[in-house]
Design a protein around this ligand. Structure first.
Ligand SMILES: Cc1ncc(C[n+]2csc(CCOP(=O)(O)OP(=O)(O)O)c2C)c(N)n1
Ligand SMILES: [Mg+2]
Length: 775
């Protein structure tokens, strides 16, 4: 498959690539698992660069097409790294960014337990094992250890990590003594460690006279030397072994008895390549404790690439492949025949395949019913003129849901990396409690010590409290957000964290979105409105992350009524799975659904007294609404997103008698507004001239001379593109440099975002006065 991919004509001069050595390393392990050990309820994250092995197994089972296999790494072909959303062959967890496939498995197991504890119908099924096939160098990724620690806290079970211990990474051979570190770490976190070091051939040899000495030599051999000898083959093995063990009686005889080929086979016969050993070991596990298997393997096993330190992206030459093909008994021209190269009658092999337990139930994707969203969710939790922050409003909305007995309330699961209270999840948690498999009382409460937080843990609880690691937050949201598909029960996960620390978990967020997991993530507090906390806690780039992250619809409401509407919509949006065409009103692909990111603030601002109506709600969801519609001769529009609403509105008031027909545009989602605009333009380019986006409808009536001033507590580029929609000159205000400590007004003045700065810029920019920007 990899060879074929690399033979395709290079049209654009880019190598195709693929990992023959990394795949060869895993063939025996995956054969043992998929054809013997696994059961349909088991879920596997396959080491990214073993993707060809996975696809080949699925092809053998009739779940992957020849066309896609032959087009491996090509457009619409089998994916380079297994993908839940892009591959057709029942991938459980996407992989690609090393460490994340490993990290998600403990959280999938936790979610499996969570769902089972709720007693819903689909969860009467047997618990599956959440399995990661791990490259040994993947264990360099810090998120792996964060996941280990978190797993320990939650009494992790039904989780296997099978480590492809080939002692090679991308650039070379791993450090000596790694085995001891790995073993010690796993044991420290309460895992069982099972080592698969020697294959059946080696174990038999160890029983021969002199075998003990051979075993001792193998155990003492450095990783570098073993790899080098594996690469060099039988003659080199003989020379080295005899140099070290010659004239020692039995062991010398043991070596002499074997031909070069036999010697090479013996030294290659590590535990991770011995099907007998593998199946016996895996099938022998009769408990649900988390288990790490350290399977000794050879990178490039069975190929001429074996053991070479530079083999990571090595490809066999045509001549090497031809020899390999002969060894594999694959006749020329029959490379794609499913059973080619296998011994025995086709009918017998097919009968075996038909009985393999893992594939017996067909595709293992579940579905779950949609949970209805009560209308009450969309009702603003704030009083008219009340001063409240969007973060506090979020807490109230969830608290109101917690009080209800709706299905929605039972399906929500919240989580936070040690910032539950400071992100306003407290009221929800007080009512819905924390999840743990075993009950755990709140000792402070039992001791009658006053505290606002009632924290009892039980299987009924609906909040999963995490340690601080933000990677874990997003891995958990990823697993929980796939619950409908993995376990057949819908969860509506909501995770909260401080907005700047979205960056800390960003790759795991991307990973969750890539898998099409469905969740709401709430970044709060955000921006320099978190004034006194200073630059380390103030987020700047996050609005751009929200816009650019695929699979995530991002919102930054200013007011509680907007937030309520957005949350009601989000609960529905995250459950959609349509494949419909884009909505002709906004040109957004809303039927597809996705996850939602809410960027909220702790800054309390006075709430407008607006009567709820459906047009308003629709515009809030579409991304923007006129707070003050511009008149026909408007000189100026002030467009804002988020909590700087107050500054924008005040500036508009100050300018009212100096500039004509000023408009104030309240943007709730630069992300959706922008995406709709892009999509509508593409649609027009395709010939549908009537396609018009929400942004174009809003700004379409502005006179050409009208200027736009945008303002956001975040990077100004978030809104700068608005000027391109109808060609109105635009100045974008926001934060471009690290934040400072101070009061909100200190900072807004410093960064030129207070009402006076907005006013000055607007005056300089518009009207007959000196021009602010050169024409
Ligand atoms: C987060 C991340 N960083 C870097 C890479 C590039 N990369 C792919 S495989 C690899 C080495 C993997 O070594 P190991 O896990 O031991 O697997 P092996 O190829 O030996 O089977 C690296 C660095 C990646 N895929 N993901
Ligand atoms: Mg390796």
């Amino acid at each position: 498959m990899i060879d074929q991919a690399n033979r395709r004509e290079k049209i654009d001069g880019v190598k195709v690539g693929g990992h023959q050595a990394s795949s060869a390393s895993m063939v025996s392990l995956m054969t043992a698992l998929y054809f013997d050990v696994l059961r349909p309820q088991d879920r596997v994250a396959v080491k990214p660069h073993a993707s060809p092995v996975f696809h080949a197994i699925q092809y053998l089972m009739g779940n992957q097409t020849l066309e896609k296999l032959q087009n491996f790494r090509g457009f619409h072909g089998a994916q380079s790294y297994p993908s839940r959303t892009k591959d057709v062959d029942d991938v459980d967890f996407s992989t690609g960014s090393v460490g994340l496939g490993v990290g998600i498995t403990p959280f999938a197991s936790l979610i499996q337990d969570y769902v089972a504890a709720k007693g819903w119908s689909a969860t009467k099924n047997k618990a599956g094992r959440m399995i990661a096939l791990v490259g040994d160098a993947e264990l360099d990724e810090g998120n792996v250890y964060e996941a280990l620690q978190e797993g320990w806290k939650h009494s992790l079970r039904n989780c296997w990590w099978i480590i492809d211990y080939n002692r090679q990474s991308l650039d070379g051979v791993v450090r000596e003594g790694l085995y001891d570190r790995i073993e010690t770490v796993f044991k420290a976190f309460g895992w069982d460690v099972v080592t698969l070091k020697y294959g059946a051939l080696q174990r038999a040899a160890f029983k021969e006279p002199g075998g003990e000495a051979l075993k001792a030599w193998i155990d003492a051999c450095s990783n570098q030397l073993y790899s080098a000898l594996l690469f060099q083959g039988g003659a080199a093995w003989r020379k080295r072994l005899l140099d070290d063990l010659g004239d020692q009686g039995n062991v010398s005889a043991l070596i002499e008895r074997r031909s070069n080929d036999e010697l090479s086979e013996l030294m290659n016969n590590l535990g991770g390549h011995c099907l007998e050993r593998l199946t016996e070991t895996f099938n022998g596990i009769d408990h649900d404790r988390p288990t790490a298997f350290i399977a000794y393997t050879v990178k490039g096993y069975g190929t001429p690439l074996a053991g070479h330190k530079d083999n990571h992206s090595g490809l066999m030459t045509s001549a090497q492949l031809q020899t390999f093909q002969e060894q594999m008994k694959v006749r020329p021209g029959r490379e794609w025949e499913r059973l080619e190269g296998l011994d025995g009658s086709g009918a017998k092999i097919q009968a075996f395949l038909d009985a393999v337990p893992f594939f017996a139930k067909g595709r293992r994707r579940h579905r779950a019913e949609r949970i209805p969203v009560p209308h009450t969710v969309a009702v603003s939790p704030a009083a008219v003129r009340e001063e409240i922050s969007t973060q506090a409003a979020f807490g109230r909305i969830l608290d109101a849901i917690a009080k209800s007995d709706s299905d929605l309330a039972t399906r929500i699961v919240t989580t936070s990396p040690d910032v539950t209270v400071s992100t306003n999840l407290g009221p929800w948690v007080n009512r819905r409690q924390l999840f743990a498999r075993q009950e755990l009382a709140d000792v402070f409460r039992d001791q009658h010590i006053p505290s606002a937080q009632k924290w009892e843990f039980s299987p009924k609880g609906q909040h999963i409290e995490l340690g601080i690691a933000e990677m874990n937050l997003f891995l958990l949201l990823g697993a929980a957000g796939l619950s409908h598909s993995l376990f057949g029960e819908r969860l509506l996960p909501i995770g909260t964290l401080y907005d700047p620390f979205v960056s800390r978990g960003l790759d795991a967020l991307n990973y969750a979105c890539y898998q099409d997991a469905r969740f709401i993530v709430v970044g709060t507090p955000s921006g320099i409105s978190l004034s006194s906390e200073g630059g380390a806690h103030q987020s700047i780039a996050q609005p751009l992350i929200g816009m650019s992250q695929d699979g995530l619809a991002s919102f930054e409401p200013a007011f509680a009524d907007e937030l309520a509407v957005i949350m009601a919509w989000a609960f529905d949006y995250m459950q959609r799975d349509g494949e419909g065409d884009p909505d002709e009103r906004t040109w957004l692909r809303d039927e597809t659904g996705g996850s939602v990111y809410l960027r909220l603030s702790t800054r309390q601002i006075e709430q407008p007294g607006r009567k709820p109506n459906s047009d308003f709600a629709q515009e809030v969801i579409d991304g923007a609404t006129w707070l003050k519609e511009p008149g026909p001769n408007a000189d100026l529009v002030i467009a804002y997103q988020g909590t700087v609403a107050t500054e924008a509105i005040a500036a508009a008031g100050m300018l009212a008698d100096r500039r004509r027909d000023i408009g104030v545009l309240s943007i709730t989602s630069a992300d959706r507004l922008n995406a709709g605009w892009q999509a509508a333009q593409r649609e027009r380019a395709r010939g549908n001239l009537r396609a018009l986006s929400h942004a174009e409808r809003l700004l379409g009536k502005l006179p050409r001379h009208c200027r736009i001033v945008t303002v956001i507590d975040g990077h100004p580029a978030t809104l700068a593109w608005l000027g391109g929609v109808m060609g109105n000159k635009t100045v974008s205000l926001g934060v471009e440099h690290f934040g400072q400590t101070g009061t909100v007004s200190d900072l807004y003045r410093h960064y030129g975002m207070d009402a006076i700065s907005i006013t000055e810029i607007a005056l300089g920019l518009t009207g007959g006065m000196s021009e602010y920007s050169p024409r």
